[in-house]
Design a protein. Structure first.
Length: 402
């Protein structure tokens, strides 16, 4: 066994994951309490039974907007009160007992109504509140110190096709796991971008204010680019040293002007360049054209052995490439953070041939971490018969199956 494998096993021996999950008025669940093992957990049920909703609820135990990037108001349970009318619950909550490298903690999250008053209006809004071990916390990013989740959803089957936005978000999520500040940086960058746009659109921009926003955007942008570069390098190095025996090895390449500039220039020089680049693009912003910079970064994935870009690979090959990235990320995260993430794998076996499907399940089992795996068909999982927890959903209730 390699040194790295030994280290992985030492960390994983101290269990991490969710041991009890409670949902209240969350999507189709009025009340649900579910005890779970630190093991593969196979959740089966018909279409629309509530499998993905469970994974989404689990994703709300980590920072961000969950695995569906949903609006908070969409999540509260809607139910029919008669033939015509629907009623929505006032709020929703997800609570969990978790283990982090063997330590017990509780996490709770819920939406709360708030309001703000401006000159002539009262705006009401909903926000997510988070408690860790009973204490309300002000920064969601704190959650990342207790529980981490990595997910694959059916929407990601098309990750390598189409526009760069979903790929950029995927990449940024890979970065957050290592660098909790990255989420704040990307949110602040977007906030400044919107401000910049508003000032330019107003038609009477104050040049000092503009310059100062552009400088702040450039500083944040360079930090974002540097963190993305670090993550891509980390994954490429890991994959080069620990090639997988079944899933194809990938090569990841960042495709962004600011990220490229950091290849040969200092952060300071890149920041100056980026500030000038933003100033040159003011006209484009006014006409709502997209602006060059870290908001346009993309990343390319290659099937290494064939030197084939992922977008030209077959559907099953693309799924295998995605799994390769996720497996490497999982192992890097375990080694870096000292605790294992939970895996949320929604219909992950779709498009995989039998060999790859069984290999994936064996790999998850051998990692000894907690993986929630959904499917409409329990037959796909016979290789995990002795190690997994099998659950079936029916009418908003979950039952163990044998
Ligand atoms: N806010 C809500 N309130 C009540 N029900 C909701 C809400 N949002 C979604 N649902 C319902 O929850 C049900 C379960 O959805 P979910 O996506 O979890 O199903 P699933 O088991 O993953 O199905 P599939 O196999 O098709 O992926 C759906 O019927 C959906 O309409
Ligand atoms: Mg689903």
């Amino acid at each position: 066994m390699s040194l790295l494998q030994q280290k992985l096993q030492e960390i994983i021996r101290l269990e991490s994951g969710v041991t009890c999950l409670t949902l209240t008025d969350f999507r189709n669940y009025k009340n649900l309490r579910l005890e779970t093992r630190i093991a593969p957990i196979i959740i089966t049920g018909e279409n629309g039974s509530g499998k993905t909703n469970i994974l989404e609820a689990l994703s709300f135990l980590t920072p961000g907007r969950g695995l569906r990037s949903a609006k908070l108001s969409e999540i509260k349970r809607i139910h029919q009160i008669d033939d015509i009318n629907l009623l929505a619950a006032d709020s929703w909550s997800v609570a969990a007992e978790i283990k982090k490298a063997g330590e017990l903690h509780t996490i709770g999250t819920a939406v709360q109504k708030g309001s703000s008053e401006s000159a002539d209006e009262i705006h009401s809004f909903e926000r997510r509140i988070v408690k860790i071990d009973g204490q309300k916390i002000s920064q969601q990013s704190e959650l990342g110190k207790y529980l981490s989740a990595i997910w694959i959803t059916p929407q990601m089957d098309r990750l390598f096709q189409g526009g760069p936005q979903p790929r950029r978000s995927f990449l940024d999520r890979l970065v957050y796991a290592f660098d909790l500040e990255h989420a704040k940086r990307t949110a602040n960058f977007e906030h400044l971008y919107r401000q910049w746009f508003q000032i330019l659109k107003s038609g009477k921009p104050d040049p000092h204010w503009l310059k100062s926003i552009e400088r702040d955007m450039a500083a944040l942008g360079v930090a974002i680019a540097a963190a993305r570069r670090e993550q891509i390098a980390r994954l490429n190095t890991f994959i080069a040293h620990e090639p997988d025996d079944v899933f194809p090895n990938v090569r990841l390449e960042l495709d962004g002007e600011i990220e490229k500039m950091l290849d040969t220039n200092s952060a300071l020089k890149t920041e100056d360049y980026y500030t000038d680049l933003l100033a040159k693009q003011r006209q484009r912003v006014i006409y709502s054209e997209s602006v060059d910079g870290v908001n346009r970064t993309d990343f390319k994935v290659y099937f290494q052995k064939k030197n084939m870009p992922a977008e030209l690979c077959s559907t099953g090959e693309q799924k295998a490439l995605l799994i390769s990235i996720i497996l490497a990320q999982t192992k890097c995260q375990i080694l870096d953070k000292g605790f294992a993430p939970i895996l949320l794998l929604d219909e992950v076996t779709a498009h995989l041939d039998d060999l790859k499907r069984d290999a994936l399940l064996h790999k998850i089992q051998d990692l000894h971490l907690q993986a929630f795996i959904t499917s409409t068909d329990a037959k796909n999982f016979h290789v995990l018969q002795d190690s997994a927890q099998f659950l079936q959903i029916n009418n908003g209730q979950i039952y163990p199956t044998l």
